[in-house]
Design a protein around this ligand. Structure first.
Ligand SMILES: *Cc1c(COP(=O)(O)O)cnc(C)c1O
Length: 446
């Protein structure tokens, strides 16, 4: 392939991707879809520019409108997260975490976070070695932190508060970093933050998954419960483009300056200015529509969990109501003979245009399974909620999943049912403009 042919091929692939998501059921817990206004912002000329430094104090010319936008974005972030400080420059959730690591720890310091089998994210993990090769864990591999795990109650998918308190007292970490990627239940910040702070730790929170829920007043309120800074992605439960953010409230002098310097010149040079504009619009959408959206997410995730249980699945966390977030974790290990494990089930569902991901269960490794073909599947309801689906639709989704995984129905038949079901949900909700054709490919070149 060369020249124009490459361009045509890439454009066709992008269009094909759009039509896949037009007809599929999108259940990846870390994904969402943006409004037309947000998408338009990501296409503007901001994407060609540099604006290093803090707005109003840039070391580049031509930034006057960019500065205005960034100030509006910061003000909205502060207001929505009830924070005294916001830095909207980190370009992703991982970068936002790195900002916190470098602001509040030194290489070699002990940090504590949730382990990956218990739902933690790779960016909060230690340096690992496998067959002689080094692998991230960003916290360990990039910042050189000595990462220890916050003890978890595996069966209940929660932090074990008593054991965690003991571990904090023993390890005296410099950083206690809450947050997770399989984030079903709030973390015990109120209980553990004072213990860690008394021993000299900074308490931080990774809200990559749940920032949208926190913004809407659901889940928990980390800065109010004792976390001093919160890092997050802006595109999972939030309405933003792929970007990052740090918000903070602290009575320590210098606290905010440390974050600013860690972001620039620490972790960024250009900070994806088009995404700052898009984030400001997304925050305005959250402010306007967040209460309704967040409320419906909580209803939908419970409804989907309950419906899956009724269809014969084992949904984790039942004794605590399955989930308090947008995410559910389903234990499919007992279906192994019939349907295989996480990888097999993920692939079968993908053939039926139901898009979700395999996920390690906290107890998988003790039962001889690993992350490549684990005993769990994870789903999130953010995107389907934004498409206007409610509790009734969750029942239909659970039934379609059963048809594939348990009833082993002909995939060709199920995919038709899935595409039919999706036909009625092409419009985006919880946004200012009516978004007919939410997945429409925006064509500039005719
Ligand atoms: C997704 C996720 C991240 C990474 O966010 P990106 O925006 O993809 O860099 C960090 N932490 C947690 C807990 C996550 O789930």
């Amino acid at each position: 392939m060369k020249g124009k042919e490459i361009v045509q091929t890439i454009r066709q692939k992008m269009k094909d991707h759009h039509s896949l998501f037009e007809r599929a059921i999108p259940l990846i817990a870390s994904e969402n879809i943006t409004s037309k206004e947000v998408r338009e912002a990501t296409l503007c000329d901001f994407s060609h520019r540099y604006a290093e430094g803090w707005p109003g104090e840039r070391v580049y010319a031509g930034c006057q409108y960019i500065d205005d936008v960034e100030f509006i974005c910061m003000d909205l972030a502060k207001e929505i997260f009830k924070a005294d400080f916001a830095d909207v420059r980190p370009t992703s959730g991982v970068v936002a975490n790195l900002v916190l690591y470098s602001a509040f720890s030194k290489p070699g310091d002990i940090s504590m976070s949730i382990s990956i089998p218990n739902g933690g994210h790779i960016s909060t993990g230690p340096l690992m070695t496998s067959k002689g090769a080094f692998m991230g864990g960003t916290a360990g591999a990039v910042r050189g932190l000595n990462v220890k795990y916050i003890p978890s109650d595996r069966k209940r998918l929660m932090i074990d508060v008593e054991k965690a308190e003991e571990a904090i007292k023993e390890l005296k970490p410099k950083l206690l970093h809450f947050g997770a990627s399989v984030f079903l239940f709030p973390h015990p910040i109120k209980e553990l933050a004072p213990v860690a702070k008394d021993l000299g730790a900074t308490v931080t929170y990774d809200a990559a998954h749940v920032s949208g829920l926190i913004a809407c007043g659901y889940f928990q309120d980390p800065l109010n419960e004792g976390a001093e800074a919160m890092a997050f992605s802006t595109h999972k439960t939030m309405f933003g483009p792929q970007h990052g953010c740090v918000v903070a409230t602290s009575d320590k002098e210098e606290f905010y300056d440390k974050i600013k310097r860690a972001t620039f010149p620490g972790m960024t040079s250009n900070h994806h200015l088009h995404n700052v504009a898009a984030l400001a619009i997304a925050l305005a959408e959250i402010k306007e529509f967040g209460k309704d959206y967040g409320g419906q997410i909580i209803k939908n995730s419970y409804a989907l969990a309950k419906a899956l249980e009724e269809e014969g699945f084992t949904v984790c966390g039942k004794e605590n109501g399955y989930t308090k977030s947008h995410t559910l974790l389903v234990d499919i290990s007992s279906l192994q003979e019939k349907a295989g494990l996480g990888k097999d089930i993920e692939e079968d569902l993908e053939k039926a245009d139901i898009i979700l991901n395999r996920n390690l269960l906290p107890w998988d490794m003790f039962e001889g399974r690993n992350y490549l073909n684990p005993g769990g599947i994870r789903m999130g309801v953010s995107e389907v909620t934004r498409l206007g689906m409610k509790e009734g639709e969750m029942k239909e989704i659970a039934n379609l999943i059963r048809c594939v995984v348990i009833d082993r129905e002909d995939i060709k038949k199920v995919v038709k049912d899935v595409n039919n079901f999706r036909k009625d949900y092409q419009q985006l909700h919880y946004c200012f403009s009516s978004n007919e054709d939410a997945y429409k490919y925006i064509e500039i070149v005719k």
